[in-house]
Design a protein around this ligand. Structure first.
Ligand code: TRH
Length: 377
């Protein structure tokens, strides 16, 4: 009998909650041979990251993961051997009863949000006492050995390098998305929240010395993009050209295709948690639009990551990177920091690859979870 896992995902907003849990569920099945049930309270969000999914179904098997609607009226189900509540979502009361009723205890984990802050290592793996004599452990993803690591499939970097080192493979993939890039154009992907800083960056790109082809998956940044393009809505023409920048809006694609998109680009603007990590595995320079939190808690997270990520960069490269990321995340003018960044571009390209190599030395999150379980037994 395979060890059973229940992963609970409550979609707060956007696609990060389901994005992380879906990725984790797939990996626990494919690489660790566990039987995984993913409970999600928003099937429509699931169907965005997994387009083959049926948004109406109550239960469905996708890539060997049993994906179930998390219903308001909780059905009677036996608790699994391992239970993961993602991002402190509240387990159904009846499920906690089922946990307490088990003859052999289950391992109960809370999978936390990603942060590069120092305190994370100290809290990773700590237990907390729960009602009915139960115990719950805090599992923190992170960038250092004292954390649970990052989600990374075993063959991810090999697949990424295969696409990046093979122009025909990259071209065929892009063509499938309807993207044809001019030979002298730099390819950029833009996945971000609403951001008034976008206009100043696009103006700098349009006036800059090099051609850029900007790919924008449909989403929240579209309003700012259309305003800069001075359009009322999405035009029928696929391409909009302004100076040296060509803009192309893309449909939302599957997670696997989104990875390929990141690998295909020279620069990726990403957001939230999961796309942020995937851009790091792409080994290309990136810009992070961090998810805004109450009391600006996100700014500490941003600075913590920048402190780690900028290690090893020259002073001008580090200054340019920090100014660009801070400008983007505080909605201030991007022109000067972008120009400074372009001057240290080759260094950033090398740095992105070595950051990826260094991070890949860590145990990945799914393996770390499996080890945590085995050690707990
Ligand atoms: O969508 P996000 O902003 O999600 C989150 C949530 O808002 C969450 O509540 C918050 O706490 C968290 O951010 C920090 O960004 P994220 O995490 O990058 O998730 C997006 C997912 O969508 C990711 O799994 C990649 C996927 N995706 C696709 O599958 N296809 C696409 O075309 C694109 C653009 C993304």
């Amino acid at each position: 009998m395979r060890v059973s896992w229940d992963i609970f995902c409550s979609v707060v907003d956007n696609y990060g909650d389901i994005g992380v849990t879906w990725r984790l569920a797939r990996q626990l099945v494919a690489e660790q041979d566990f039987a995984v049930r993913l409970w999600v309270d928003d099937m429509a969000a699931f169907a965005r990251v997994c387009p083959e999914a049926d948004a109406q179904a109550d239960a469905q098997l996708q890539q060997d993961v049993q994906v179930c609607r998390w219903p308001t009226a909780w059905p009677e189900v036996a608790a699994a051997d391992v239970v993961v509540e993602a991002f402190a979502c509240q387990l159904p009361a009846a499920y906690i009863e089922a946990l307490a009723a088990r003859a052999r205890p289950s391992l109960w984990l809370n999978l936390e949000y990603l942060s590069a802050e120092d305190w994370v290592g100290g809290c990773h793996g700590l237990p907390s006492l729960q009602p009915k004599g139960l115990q719950k452990f805090f599992f923190f993803p992170g960038f250092s050995d004292d954390t649970g690591g990052l989600l990374r499939e075993a063959d991810l970097l090999e697949r990424r390098r295969n696409l990046q080192s093979n122009a025909a493979v990259r071209q065929a993939f892009l063509q499938r998305l309807g993207v044809v890039v001019q030979a002298d154009s730099r390819l950029i992907s833009l996945f971000a929240y609403e951001n008034v800083a976008l206009a100043s960056w696009l103006t700098a790109l349009a006036a800059g010395p090099q051609r850029s082809h900007l790919l924008v998956p449909e989403g929240r940044v579209l309003g700012d993009l259309l305003r800069w393009l001075q359009l009322d809505g999405l035009p029928p023409e696929a391409l909009q050209v302004r100076g040296h920048v060509t803009v192309q809006v893309l449909p939302f694609v599957s997670q696997d295709d989104y990875d390929r998109l990141l690998w295909s680009c020279d620069f990726n603007v990403v957001r939230g948690e999961d796309s942020f990590v995937r851009a790091q595995w792409a080994g290309r320079p990136l810009l992070w639009h961090i998810y805004t939190q109450a009391e600006n808690a996100h700014l500490d997270k941003l600075e913590a990551f920048l402190a780690l990520y900028s290690r090893g960069l020259s002073a001008p490269a580090s200054v340019a990177l920090l100014s660009q990321w801070r400008a983007w995340n505080s909605a201030t003018d991007m022109a000067a920091s972008w120009q400074a960044l372009e001057k240290v571009w080759s260094q950033l390209v090398e740095h992105a690859e070595s950051w990826c190599t260094q991070q890949a030395k860590q145990t990945d999150l799914a393996t770390a979870l499996a080890q945590f379980y085995r050690n707990w037994l």
